[in-house]
Design a protein around this ligand. Structure first.
Ligand SMILES: Cc1cc2nc3c(=O)[nH]c(=O)nc-3n(C[C@H](O)[C@H](O)[C@H](O)COP(=O)(O)OP(=O)(O)OC[C@H]3O[C@@H](n4cnc5c(N)ncnc54)[C@H](O)[C@@H]3O)c2cc1C
Length: 396
């Protein structure tokens, strides 16, 4: 039996869950399908930018987030390999002030998903994508592995919110015989690791970011007195350390003098997560008829800007606004929705993505250049503030 919705969202991370809440609030019938069962850990730096708190308030989940036991973070300090640091207050990112939040993805994502359910969204957990319902070159819904068998769901529009892997777009590309687009590579093949640590010695209220040859990574306080550590390294450095994240931590990241100091007595309290990163950048936000992409599925911004979750929440907002307007107008041609979403997406994100692409090059520059950049940034608070803002809003 086929079930019908106005919108189907595949992926229950911040992009999918927030779009679902907003669409349900506008009166749409929404299905949200998530492959995992929450709460679940996820590889992420877990730096929640101050503007995300504004989105949480609008989504009606701010108080609930506060119960997650996260840590207030009032500055990010960027450390060159020598240990020289430059501080950027969290308030500069937000524009209107406010601290950032350190909170695990297990806590954050589960709270957003619960909010979606409360808002009237039909949420299916443990429901992975099996295939798409495609007719006449148009995506009309999904088949999910749910409740022990494939179940079919149809909707006027489907949103891919499955993150960097873009499971729905790739599937649509295969089923429609067209390329869904691959990520354009970073400087070279990278691997990211994360765990929660006990016994770190970072400054109170600070997210610390360490640069070292071939990558960067950092710590942030989260709930239960633990710190999240998340870092990116070259795949060849990982191989040289026998693919052991503890060794990579000690032999690559802790070459940074500040990291060596803050992490010397730290021990992992959760299992290590690792993923390879295929590249960064932006894709087509409305790639096929009947299908929109939101969050990382549309664009993956370099993690060191700490704004991926913000972009997911903003993207969810833009998509929900475009879709609910289109539904309210009685569902005209999909091309009209695609046009509106593309335009809103480009005006909100394109300049920011270009700026972050430039900054990313500096992050992977040789050590001497990183040292010089940090020295130069230390000389001017005005320049630091301007660079911080350019990773968030349209660059002036
Ligand atoms: C190393 C690293 C560090 C980062 N650090 C930060 C940071 O500190 N701050 C920050 O703001 N951003 C950070 N980011 C970016 C941030 O993690 C992402 O931008 C954000 O998670 C994007 O949200 P999303 O909802 O688009 O996708 P995701 O959070 O990836 O959610 C996608 C969801 O879709 C589900 N899914 C996947 N495939 C399927 C399927 N086939 N069927 C059903 N469900 C499926 C997944 O289980 C998942 O729950 C970091 C990223 C990386 C790689």
């Amino acid at each position: 039996m086929t079930e019908e919705f106005d919108a189907i969202i595949v992926g229950g991370g911040p992009a999918g869950a927030s779009a679902a809440v907003r669409l349900a609030a506008a009166g749409a019938r929404v299905l949200l399908a998530e492959r995992d069962r929450f709460p679940r850990e996820k590889l992420c730096g877990e730096f929640i930018s101050p503007e995300c708190l504004w989105h949480f308030a609008r989504l009606g989940v701010l108080e609930e987030m506060g119960r997650g036991g996260g840590a207030r973070v009032w500055e990010t300090v960027f450390y060159a390999p020598s240990g020289r640091g430059v501080s950027v207050p969290s308030a500069w990112f937000g524009g209107q002030g406010g601290d950032a939040l350190g909170l695990s993805r297990a806590e954050m994502d589960a709270r957003l998903l619960a909010r979606a359910r409360e808002a009237g969204v039909t949420v299916l957990e443990g429901a992975g994508l099996a295939s798409l319902v495609v007719e006449g070159g148009r995506v009309l819904g999904v088949r999910l592995h749910a409740d022990g068998g494939p179940r079919e769901f149809r909707a006027r529009v489907t949103l891919d919110a499955t993150g960097r892997h873009r499971a729905v777009v790739r599937r649509a590309g295969r089923e429609l015989g067209r390329e869904g687009g691959e990520w354009r590579g970073g400087p070279e093949s990278l691997v990211a690791f994360k765990t929660h640590l006990e016994g770190t010695r970072g400054a109170a209220g600070a997210c610390e970011l360490y640069f070292y040859s071939g990558g960067y990574g950092g710590i942030i306080p989260v709930e239960r007195g633990l710190s999240n550590i998340c870092f990116m390294v070259r795949a060849r450095d990982v191989r040289a350390c026998g693919s052991d994240p503890e060794r990579v931590l000690r032999e690559v990241l802790m070459r940074n003098r500040r990291a060596a100091e803050t992490l010397k007595e730290a021990t992992a309290r959760t299992r290590w997560f690792g993923v390879s990163l295929e590249g960064f950048g932006r894709h087509e936000p409305a790639p096929f008829e009947g299908l929109l992409a939101v969050g990382d599925a549309a664009a993956f911004i370099d993690p060191f800007t700490g704004s991926g979750m913000l972009m997911a929440l903003e993207g969810g907002e833009i998509a929900a606004r475009a879709v609910s307007g289109w539904l309210a107008r009685g569902v005209g041609k999909f091309a009209a929705l695609a046009r509106e979403y593309r335009a809103a997406y480009a005006s909100r994100f394109d300049a920011r993505l270009r700026m972050c692409n430039l900054i990313r090059r500096a992050a992977f520059a040789p050590a001497a250049l990183v040292e010089g950049t940090i020295l130069a940034l230390n000389a001017s608070a005005a320049v630091r503030r301007r660079v911080a803002r350019s990773t968030r809003v349209r660059a002036a």
